[in-house]
Design a binder for this molecule. Sequence first.
Ligand code: HH2
Length: 280
Amino acid sequence: MGIVNVTPDSFSDGGISFSPNRAIARGLELLQQGADVLDVGGESTRPGATLVDADEELRRVIPAIEGLLAAAPGAVISVDTVKSDVATRALEVGALIVNDVSGMRLDGAMAGVCARARCGVVLMHSRGNVTEMATYARAAYGSDIVGEVIAELAGSVERATAAGIERASIALDPGFGFSKTSEHSLAVLGGLERICALGFPVVVGLSRKRMIGELTGVTRAAQRDAGSAGAAVVALMRGARLFRVHDVGMHRQALDVAWGVISDQRNDAAPFIRPTITDD
Ligand code: HH2
């Protein structure tokens, strides 16, 4: 999933796609790099970011989604929003997935909107409202953080299925960096297999997050792509299958190689090598 942040204030790329034309150009570039999904968002969850109302969020994301689908009609678009009004309109103009970082906790109408649209949903783990979810205000866990994340994700699955969303339409995301210190995020990555064992496809958003900065010492978020790809490969090995990333080209290459190695070691796998490449 390539990230298209139509925001002035996202933590690593705020401003770079903050106009419909720039967002469309960015999205097309990410498709070219091998993105299977474009995740279009209009509100940053970075601590200190400005909250936006639904009208402003709609002004940001709808022209970008419409323009992307006009330029790339087959593109699979997810909308990164916690607001049912934004999800409704995004689905009307052609988005196929709703990526809700609140796991449908914050807007009681969200689950019904997604059920009626029969869209895909990403239910991410977080705590608190949009302004606090990426802080440590609610980052208190006992000895089994993975168990707590699983229990809270189960609440999101319950909200979704009670409204009529089919289990086959749901993917789960443990929410790296959301109400989690870097130690917490590392513990969740360490226990990712338990989350994958719930039976839903698992999405990870590790790209450029603080944990990558704290492991590498790279202070500028936009320079953390190589470290992010390393973490993504670990997540793949532990069962994650969707990767929300800024640098699609680098992740595609790292994950294609890792997937090729994994596939090669499974007896039932088809050969993964692309024999047409001859220039090296
Ligand atoms: N992280 C961010 C936003 N949306 N969605 C999912 N499913 N998983 C994530 O980990 C996730 C997400 C935060 O990253 P970004 O969009 O780059 O920054 P910002 O919130 O500042 O716009």
